[in-house]
Design a binder for this molecule. Structure first.
Ligand SMILES: Cc1cc2nc3c(=O)[nH]c(=O)nc-3n(C[C@H](O)[C@H](O)[C@H](O)COP(=O)(O)OP(=O)(O)OC[C@H]3O[C@@H](n4cnc5c(N)ncnc54)[C@H](O)[C@@H]3O)c2cc1C
Length: 489
């Protein structure tokens, strides 16, 4: 991809592996930043990727989905426009234009990434890689020829893909995954979504707002089961209020037909079988690590029982000099974690010491309104027997939300019972991700909740709502339990 160094071509002719300081297999966000950073520091770096410049996030996952979700938000504003005093005649959704806006953004991101490759001198090689010996990767290039690269250090960062599972008929139905769903140039007439996790929920709401009928099928009794009951219930109500059918406790028995032509899904719910019919099916029911075909046995890299790369807290695999970053390493499924994995590996390769344990894992679900959380939830605090003070206000108490006519949801914070330390914060409401980040900064700075309560925050901003939250009366929960012994991460 980028200009090849003359010595590489010479070595290739001699049929010997080309030598690099760092070879990266799979170019996700963290490993891409690793490539640029190590190359800027003077190391000879090669990144091998099957097809993406920058991995999933800018091409098929976070940024494209947020781009399309924003188009859906505009559609919802147009539908609500009379409420804001703006009259309009009929409107139409043009999915080709929605897709083109997304594609344009992706092209721009790819150009920016390629510029960084050029400036840093890291080499991007398009091809499929697999280990053929310790620290040695063979790449089958797009023209069918091969190259062998040997690194003093190797990073594996091959990510995950949508899991299809073993449901009879599902693979034959050629379901959409997020990749194809974000490339649709038509609004599905009736989209059946398998899985009520973050990918399923975000795309369900977007497609519904474009005009699709949507049914979400989930085997659990709640959506987003790791969240507190009030959050799960808030999300379920949000989807239902937008006209999405939410089928919980539903076991999928079999699937027939073809996505895009017509699909039937037989589910069992409350002991009875039901058949759902739709035009398309989207599978968003978990992820499978991309580890097969990597020749890991030739490299001495072992897997966990769940099929992820076995790593320690420094992100070293079981093979000396071989590291792992991102989802394939079993790290939480977020781009910001892939970036932090880079920091861990960068420090450790550079002779310092950094670990993944104890780090903060904030996250945001990009529904409208958003859900965002940092630190402990109530269920986690209760399960750990931790005493806390609970502050909770409805979004109606955030004045900025009223100016926007976006008052759905709530803010809540868990404060250590015996001190003013912030243990956890959840926002379900407009701008939740930004509000949560403000609380995260306070946690990082070791600021007690009173610091936010007493701060002079600009009016009317959403973050100002933290003043209202922390001035509200608190409830003491688990009063007899032990004081918190968590890192508030
Ligand atoms: C629809 C969707 C929305 C998401 N939204 C968000 C969000 O809003 N915020 C957030 O933080 N996270 C989000 N995520 C998760 C996020 O995309 C990932 O956690 C993040 O991209 C990190 O991935 P990674 O670095 O582990 O691997 P990836 O970015 O997936 O990179 C792996 C790369 O390895 C390549 N590869 C695999 N095997 C080989 C091989 N044998 N040879 C060569 N190359 C290979 C692949 O082509 C790929 O480019 C979302 C995910 C999805 C699916």
């Amino acid at each position: 991809m980028t200009t090849e160094k003359p010595s590489s071509a010479k070595l290739r002719k001699q049929n010997q592996p080309e030598e690099y300081d760092l070879v990266i297999l799979g170019g996700g966000t963290g490993s891409t930043i690793a490539a640029w950073t190590f190359a800027s520091e003077g190391q000879r770096v090669a990144v091998v990727d099957r097809k993406y410049i920058g991995g999933s996030c800018p091409n098929i996952a976070c940024l494209p989905s947020k781009n399309v979700i924003h188009s859906a938000k505009v559609a919802s504003y147009v539908r609500r426009s009379a409420e804001f005093g703006i009259a309009h005649d009929a409107f139409a959704i043009n999915m080709s234009c929605v897709r083109d806006r997304k594609r344009k953004m992706v092209t721009g991101l790819n150009e920016m990434y390629l510029d960084n490759y050029k400036h840093t001198g890291a080499e991007l090689i398009f091809g499929t890689g697999r280990f053929v010996a310790p620290k040695t990767v063979e790449v089958t290039l797009q023209d069918g020829s091969t190259r062998q690269l040997r690194g003093t250090n190797v990073i594996i960062s091959t990510g995950t893909r949508a899991a299809l599972g073993s449901t009879p008929g599902l693979a034959d139905a050629q379901p959409l995954t997020h990749i194809e769903a974000l490339e649709l140039d038509e609004v599905p007439e009736h989209l059946l979504v398998i899985g009520g996790g973050y990918v399923g929920i975000e795309l369900s709401q977007a497609m519904r707002r474009f005009g699709s009928r949507v049914s979400v099928i989930d085997r659990n009794e709640r959506l987003m089961t790791r969240e507190d009951l009030d959050v799960c219930e808030g999300l379920r109500r949000l989807l239902q209020d937008e006209g999405i059918d939410v089928l919980l406790n539903a076991q999928i028995k079999r699937v027939s037909g073809k996505s895009g032509v017509g699909v039937k899904i037989v589910i069992e719910q409350d002991g009875a079988e039901k058949t759902l019919e739709g035009s398309h099916v989207l599978v968003a029911a978990g992820r499978t690590p991309n580890t097969e075909g990597l020749g890991l046995e030739s490299a001495g890299v072992e897997l966990t029982d769940r099929g992820y790369l076995r790593v320690n807290e420094r992100l070293q695999t079981t093979a000396p000099g071989v590291w792992a970053i991102g989802e394939v390493a079993g790290s939480p499924l977020f781009t910001h974690i892939s970036v932090d994995d880079f920091r861990v590996v960068h420090a450790n390769i550079s002779g310092k010491h950094r670990v993944t344990t104890g780090r903060q894992v904030p996250y945001c679900l990009f529904t409208d309104p958003e859900l965002a959380r940092i630190g402990l939830s109530e269920s986690e605090a209760k399960a750990q027997g931790i005493a806390y003070r609970l502050f909770k206000i409805p979004m109606e108490g955030v004045l900025r939300a009223r100016t926007l006519s976006e008052t759905r949801g709530f803010l809540k914070a868990l404060i250590e019972a015996e001190s003013d330390r912030i243990l956890g914060f959840t926002a379900f409401g407009v701008g939740a991700g930004e509000i949560m980040s403000a609380v995260q900064v306070a946690i990082l700075a070791g600021l007690p909740y009173t610091g936010l309560r007493d701060a002079v925050l600009a009016h009317p901003t959403l973050v100002e709502g933290l003043g209202a939250l922390f001035s509200s009366p608190a409830t003491v929960v688990n009063a007899d339990a032990k004081p918190a012994r968590v890192s508030a991460a």
